[in-house]
Write a protein that binds this ligand. Structure first.
Ligand code: ADE
Length: 241
């Protein structure tokens, strides 16, 4: 048991997948220590009065897993919140809408040849890895202060080491998994946090519709999405202990 758990204090690991949102959150933070590890920069201090460690993870599952593991093991974080952008897999979910993870799945993890369902990790009992219900509820409430409730969705997020920009792959992700959006880090964070017994949530603003147009849409909406992420994180931490 670490010091935070023993004292009942929560130390939040806040991970951003975009440099923009981390830069914005950095300005909101009173930073007491900055540490470089594995080429990542960890900012430790207080964010809206909460103990937090802020870090930009870089893109993809390995980056996300390494970052999460360091937050938990080296920095003693006992709650992990991730924000970033995602491609929509559903016609009703539009650009700048927000998706919050009820669960995450590694869409490109394939042990089917050994008899496992696509996406199912051998060490887990279920294909989908559940996020923490209390963090999901808190993220939803925080997002409702930033955008209309009808533009906020909770459900499954599909993660793979691939930027999705074609209709065929998009349709297969949506049909196979029933996921609401696709991105490149969530399930790696979920897997790492779940193995460590640490609660997590993934919050995604939709930047594109995962089609042929997605690269251009992604560039256009990133800045605005980063501002939303910042506001949601600040609202969320103010509501948490
Ligand atoms: N992040 C934002 N848009 C994405 C997409 N279309 N595919 C994967 N990750 C994304």
């Amino acid at each position: 048991m670490d010091a935070n758990t023993m004292t009942g204090r929560v130390k939040y690991g806040v991970i951003g997948a975009m440099t923009e949102e981390v830069e914005m959150l950095k300005k909101d933070m009173s930073i007491t220590k900055t540490e470089e590890l594995y080429g990542l920069t960890f900012y430790e201090g207080m964010l809206v009065g909460r103990n937090a460690v802020l870090v930009y993870s870089g893109i993809g599952k390995v980056n996300a897993a390494v970052t999460t593991s360091l937050l938990i093991d080296r920095f003693g974080c006992n709650s992990v919140i991730f924000t970033g952008v995602a491609g929509s897999l559903h016609n009703d979910i539009g650009i700048m809408d927000v998706v919050i993870s009820e669960a995450v799945v590694q869409a490109d993890f394939d042990l089917q040849a050994l008899g496992y369902e696509l996406g199912r990790l051998a060490e887990f009992d279920t294909r989908d890895i559940s996020a923490d219900k209390a963090l999901v509820a808190c993220a939803k409430k925080a997002a409702e202060k930033v955008i209309s409730a009808r533009n906020i969705y909770t459900g499954l997020i599909a993660t793979s080491d691939r930027f999705v920009s074609d209709e065929e792959l998009k349709a297969s992700l949506s049909e196979t998994f029933g996921a609401l959006c696709t991105e490149m880090e969530g399930a790696a964070i979920g897997q790492t946090a779940a193995r460590a017994g640490v609660p997590f949530v993934i919050i995604r603003t939709i930047s594109d519709n995962a089609s042929e147009k997605s690269a251009g849409q992604f560039d256009d909406f990133m800045g605005m999405a980063a501002r939303h992420s910042e506001e949601i994180i600040l609202n969320m931490l103010s509501d948490l202990q």
